[in-house]
Ligand binder design. Structure first.
Ligand code: ZN
Length: 318
C-alpha cells in the first residue's frame, strides 16, 4: 500500500521539482550557466518585455523600473548603478522619458552599447509637445510611443537589429522571433482599431491624470485629455480641474480613468467636482500608463497591459 502511494505521488513530486527549477531560471537567472549569457538591462518593463520576445532564453534581462514606477521621476539607485555597470547592453526609451537618468545613461554609453529604442521612428510619426512644456528653441517629442502598437513595432525592430549585430551567432534565432512577435503585434493593432470603433464617436473621450495616451488617441481615433501634461513632473492646478469638470459635464462623459503609476488625486478632484454639480460620471478603472502590471499576471506583459487598457476603456465608454 505504501509503495502504491509513493508511485501515486511520484509524478506530483517530479512536477514540483521541475516547476521550482524552471521558476528559478526565469525569475532569477543567477545560476552558473547563465554567467555566459549576455546581460541586458532595460529601463522600463515594456522594453524588457520587447527584448524578451526577441531574445527569449538567450540573454539575462533586468528591468530597472517595476510595476507602478513613474519613469519621468525615476532616479537610478545605488543598486541600479551596479546593475548598469555589470550590463553588456542597455536599452532605454529615449525622447526624455527617463528624464532624470540622462546623465547616467550617457556615462554608461562610453563603456558599452546603450541604445534608445525610439530612434528609428520617423520624425513625422512623433508628436511634438506644446510650446509650454518644450524648452526654448528645442523640439521635444512625446515619449509615450508604446501606446501606438505600430510605433512599438519599430522599437521591437530596433532591439532586434541591435541584438543581431551584438550577438551574430544567434542572429537567425532573433530574426525568427522578431518576425513572429511583430505579426502578433500587427494583429493586436487591428483588434484595438476594430474594438475602439464600436464606441460611439461622441463618447470616445479618454480622460486620465497625465497625457500618456496621445499616441493611443491618434492611432485608435479617440480624443484624449490629460490633467497633468505629458510629464508627471508638471503639476496641475485648480483651474485645470475646473476646466475639466466643465468639459466632462458639457460632453456628458461617462467615465474617467486613473493610472497605475501616477497619483489618482487629480482625477478624484474632477470626480468630486462633477458630483457637486450632479453630473453622474464614474471611475472607469485603472489603466497601465508608464509601467506594466506585476510579473506573472497577464498585465505584466506589453500585450496584456494594452489589452487591459483597451478592455477597461471599452467597458466604461461603450
Ligand atoms: Zn508618462
Amino acid at each position: 500500500m505504501h509503495l502504491q502511494r509513493i508511485f501515486f505521488l511520484l509524478p506530483l513530486l517530479l512536477a514540483l521539482l521541475l516547476g521550482v527549477s524552471c521558476n528559478e531560471k526565469t525569475n532569477e537567472n543567477s545560476s552558473k550557466q547563465d554567467n555566459k549569457l549576455l546581460h541586458i538591462v532595460t529601463t522600463t518593463g515594456m522594453i524588457g518585455d520587447a527584448v524578451k520576445n526577441v531574445v527569449k532564453d538567450k540573454a539575462k534581462i533586468s528591468s530597472l523600473m517595476g510595476p507602478g514606477v513613474d519613469p519621468h521621476l525615476y532616479k537610478a539607485t545605488q543598486g541600479d548603478l551596479k546593475v548598469l555597470t555589470d550590463a553588456d547592453l542597455i536599452f532605454y526609451n529615449g525622447l526624455l522619458l527617463e528624464g532624470k537618468m540622462e546623465g547616467i545613461l550617457e556615462k554608461m554609453g562610453k563603456a558599452k552599447p546603450v541604445q534608445a529604442v525610439s530612434t528609428d521612428i520617423p520624425q513625422n510619426k512623433l508628436l511634438v509637445l506644446n510650446a509650454g512644456t518644450a524648452k526654448k528653441g528645442k523640439v521635444h517629442h512625446d515619449p509615450h510611443i508604446w501606446f501606438d502598437v505600430t510605433l512599438w513595432q519599430k522599437a521591437v525592430q530596433k532591439i532586434a537589429d541591435v541584438m543581431q549585430k551584438q550577438d551574430p551567432d544567434n542572429a537567425d534565432f532573433y530574426a525568427k522571433n522578431t518576425e513572429n512577435y511583430l505579426s502578433t503585434l500587427q494583429k493586436l493593432h487591428t483588434d484595438i482599431k476594430q474594438k475602439m470603433a464600436t464606441i460611439p464617436k461622441k463618447q470616445r473621450v479618454l480622460i486620465t491624470s497625465h497625457d500618456a495616451f496621445s499616441y493611443f488617441g491618434k492611432a485608435y481615433d479617440i480624443e484624449v485629455k490629460g490633467l497633468q501634461g505629458v510629464s508627471t513632473v508638471s503639476a496641475y492646478g485648480l483651474k485645470d480641474v475646473t476646466n475639466m469638470v466643465d468639459f466632462v459635464i458639457d460632453r456628458k462623459i461617462k467615465a474617467l480613468f486613473v493610472e497605475s503609476s501616477v497619483s489618482s488625486k487629480s482625477i478624484e478632484a474632477v470626480l468630486e467636482g462633477c458630483k457637486k454639480r450632479k453630473h453622474p460620471t464614474k471611475l472607469g478603472g485603472t489603466l497601465f500608463a508608464d509601467a506594466m502590471g506585476e510579473a506573472g499576471t497577464p498585465e505584466g506583459t506589453y500585450i496584456g497591459m494594452v489589452n487591459h487598457n483597451v478592455n477597461r476603456i471599452w467597458e466604461a465608454l461603450k
